[in-house]
Design a protein around this ligand. Structure first.
Ligand code: FE2
Length: 263
């Protein structure tokens, strides 16, 4: 029996990005998520980068109509609006203008996506977001080539005030050995705050969060597994700020625990 959880990263809105291609696929994804234990999912269509045409209003409208279809189909799942945002220099301004969505549309957490091939320092961006009352959550660093080459960059992001989201499939081998190795390293180092599905469909990129939760429990412990799959994601959905373990507040205050963690 899997525990109820919230998924903060999935591409379930039909026909808006490279996720669900139509309503039928969205409903299949919703049914799969519910069966796996999800009660809430935050829909995160890509915004910016190659998806500059995806607007906040289109995401909100797509989520509203999807929720209607999910209810009509008798599936017990709530979908909330959000976005998987490609990092661009204009991002803080676009967030301020409301053109880019925060997770659950709560104005607290922003899901950040780096280009897959490179890592660049996020300190300036995270500080700018923090000034706007926002916390950046970096999605799947374990799949980024630049970060795979320098795993300590994950700790740099956390030290700068960012939170880390590992993708479920990385922990279960769906993205190959390098991603799995780094995902496991992050979990063992407790440099992870969320595990999310990043589901795009029900076959190639499925949910699998209950299996990932089991993997975290084996690699670390059940407490961390519950924290990253259940407790922290639920806070994001409710608009409650998630603070990294040992950090008392916003960026810059975490050096003590960081030194202990990596020393
Ligand atoms: Fe994504």
């Amino acid at each position: 029996m899997s525990a109820a959880y919230t998924d903060i990263h999935c591409h379930i809105v039909p026909g808006i990005d490279d996720g669900a291609s139509d309503l039928e696929e969205s409903l299949a994804m919703a049914a799969a998520a519910s069966l796996d234990g999800a009660t809430t999912v935050i829909a995160t269509p890509h915004q910016l980068g190659g998806n500059a045409h995806v607007t906040a209003s289109a995401i909100r409208a797509g989520v509203a109509s999807l929720n209607g279809a999910i209810a009509a189909a008798g599936i017990e799942l709530e979908v909330l609006p959000g976005a998987d945002v490609r990092i661009e220099p204009e991002l803080p301004k676009l967030l301020r203008r409301g053109e880019v969505l925060t997770l659950a549309d709560r104005g607290k957490h922003v899901l950040l996506e780096l280009p897959h091939e490179v890592y660049f320092p996020l300190e300036t961006l995270l500080a700018a977001l923090s000034k706007q009352g926002l916390t950046g959550i970096l999605s799947h660093p374990e799949r980024n080539r630049g970060m795979q080459a320098r795993p300590e960059t994950v700790a740099e992001v956390v030290r700068a005030g960012g939170l880390i989201q590992i993708t479920a499939g990385s922990l279960t081998g769906g993205f190959g050995g390098s991603a799995r190795k780094m995902a496991e390293w992050c979990v063992r180092k407790r440099l992870v705050h969320f595990v999310a599905s990043d589901a795009h469909d029900t076959s190639r990129r499925p949910f699998g969060l209950s299996a990932a939760r089991d993997a975290v429990a084996v690699l670390a412990d059940a407490e961390l597994a519950d924290l990253v799959v259940c407790e922290n994601p639920a806070k994001v959905a409710e608009g409650v700020e998630v603070v990294a373990a040992g950090r008392s507040g916003r960026p810059g205050s975490g050096r003590g625990w960081f030194a202990r963690l990596t020393g």
